[in-house]
Design a binder for this molecule. Structure first.
Ligand code: NDP
Ligand code: GDR
Length: 397
């Protein structure tokens, strides 16, 4: 990772800075993104910069710098006309949330910050409630305390995990919720407190009920990225096997790049409303595995069932693939099973199409190709490093 010059200890975003910011000079809109170092934060920041916004992001203090996803848009704080400004902060600290919103005076807040891993939420449920549920409340209260109800619009990152146990297919804005994890339950609070503040105080605040969306920037422990990384490592001979959990789960997978566009559109309407954002197509995890291996020239067939299910190489077509027919490249490991699972998600994006003019642009095949190719490229560098006597990849799945 390229070394960086570090972030300013205090914000340079407002009148407290001697150098006027871009928005102060041009009168352009200002956006504040929580979770800017995450997958969606990175795509959204890029989109808003393209649209001419001044973009502020809240970044947690971490022992190692973790801004890889936004390094390409990072601006040295000593530059003039800054349009991309990072603030240290955390959604568990209300004083910090209030101070940053007061300094930035944003036109739009995108609350993407969250402990977003469903399985991990079973291990740290109280923390998840603090960040994902009460964190949302902290932002809404900050808007109210600062008297920004008429100025600042809020996007809340709600989720298809709210639907949880299947009540209706496909799932739409009116489908009843039945969350199945501490994450889903915390997000349920975030959803309703957003609706409540909209109704009680007239805030422009809306929920995007987004179904799973992925990309080469997806966190390494979510199933799609775990698969595409595993496929690349296996194809290049860096690893022999990929261990996965429930292969029967079905998800409605879209591309994060398309989905951040919907977030922005939701804040540009006359009235705040909640929207389902999805492709309308669902696919089992097992099929995603087959598609990803095929992209690397490895044809995998599944045999067995449940915990005994295995993915076995049936043919090899890629010149680079360092596997043989008959190799077991996927094994089910029950440690990745969840105490309660969400079996089937499929969204109905009709309202988004009619009111926002939004539809998902990227078919699953294209998404899989982009992710596998990106991971192949990444691990080809790893191969070169290893062949030169350097490098080893850490795994924490
Ligand atoms: P990521 O896990 O990639 O990113 C989460 C972001 O939140 C990171 O920047 C992370 O910081 C930050 N964060 C975590 N804890 C805190 C905290 N205590 N205070 C401040 N920031 C914090 O998630 P995605 O980008 O995939 O998702 C964005 C949002 O959308 C999340 O709220 C997620 O729950 C929701 N969502 C995601 C969907 C998806 O399929 N991707 C679908 C539906 C909803 P750090 O980098 O330091 O960890
Ligand atoms: P999800 O995404 O729980 O839908 O939440 P994830 O990719 O973690 O799981 C999808 C499905 O795959 C199954 N699965 C595995 N999952 C992981 N992580 N690792 C495995 O090895 C594995 N094997 C099988 C899971 O059981 C599950 O059924 C994501 C997150 O981005 C949330 O923040 C977001 O709100 C929802 O999507 C919509």
């Amino acid at each position: 990772m390229a070394p960086k010059l570090g972030f300013p200890g205090r914000s340079r975003a407002t009148g407290t800075s001697q150098t006027p910011t871009f928005a102060q000079i041009t009168g352009m809109k200002k956006a504040l993104i929580t979770g800017i170092t995450g997958q969606d934060g990175a795509y959204l920041a890029e989109l808003l910069l393209d649209k001419g916004y001044e973009v502020h992001g809240i970044k947690r203090r971490t022992s190692l710098i973790n801004t890889q996803r936004i390094d390409h848009i990072y601006q040295d704080p000593h530059e003039r006309n800054l349009r991309f400004i990072l603030h240290y902060g955390d959604l568990t600290d209300s004083t910090n949330v209030i101070r940053i919103i007061q300094q930035v005076q944003p036109d739009e807040i995108y609350n993407l910050g969250a402990m977003s891993h469903v399985q991990v939420s079973f291990d740290e449920p109280e923390y998840v409630a603090n960040v994902d549920a009460v964190g949302t409340l902290r932002i809404l209260e900050a808007i109210r305390i600062l008297g920004l109800e008429k100025k600042t619009r809020l996007y809340q990152a709600s989720t298809s995990e709210l639907y949880g146990k299947v009540q209706e297919i496909p799932q739409k804005e009116t489908t009843p919720f039945y969350p199945r994890s501490p994450y889903g339950v915390a997000k349920l609070y975030g959803y309703w407190i957003t609706v409540n503040y909209r109704e009680a105080y007239g805030l422009y605040a809306c929920n995007g009920i987004l179904f799973n969306h992925e990309s080469p920037l997806r966190g390494e422990t979510f199933v799609t990225r775990k698969i595409t990384r595993g496929v690349a490592e296996i194809a290049l001979g860096l690893k022999k096997k990929l261990y996965l959990g429930n292969l029967d789960a079905q998800r409605d997978w879209g591309h994060a790049r398309d989905y951040v566009e919907a977030m922005w559109l939701m804040l540009q309407q006359e009235e705040a409303e909640d929207f389902v954002i999805a492709t309308g197509v669902t696919t089992p995890v097992r099929r995603f595995v087959e598609m990803a291996f095929a992209e690397a020239g490895i044809i995998v067939r599944f045999e067995g069932s449940g915990e005994a299910e295995k993915g076995i190489v049936a043919a090899v077509t890629g010149a680079e693939a360092r596997v043989q027919v008959g190799d077991v490249v996927v094994e089910v490991d029950s440690r990745y099973f969840r105490p309660t699972e969400v079996d089937l998600l499929i969204g109905d994006p009709v309202k988004a199409k009619e009111k926002l003019g939004w539809t998902a642009k990227t078919p699953l095949g294209e998404l899989v190709r982009e992710m596998v190719q990106s991971d192949l490229q990444h691990f080809q560098k790893e191969v070169l490093l290893r062949e030169s006597g350097f490098g080893a990849t850490n795994q924490f799945e």
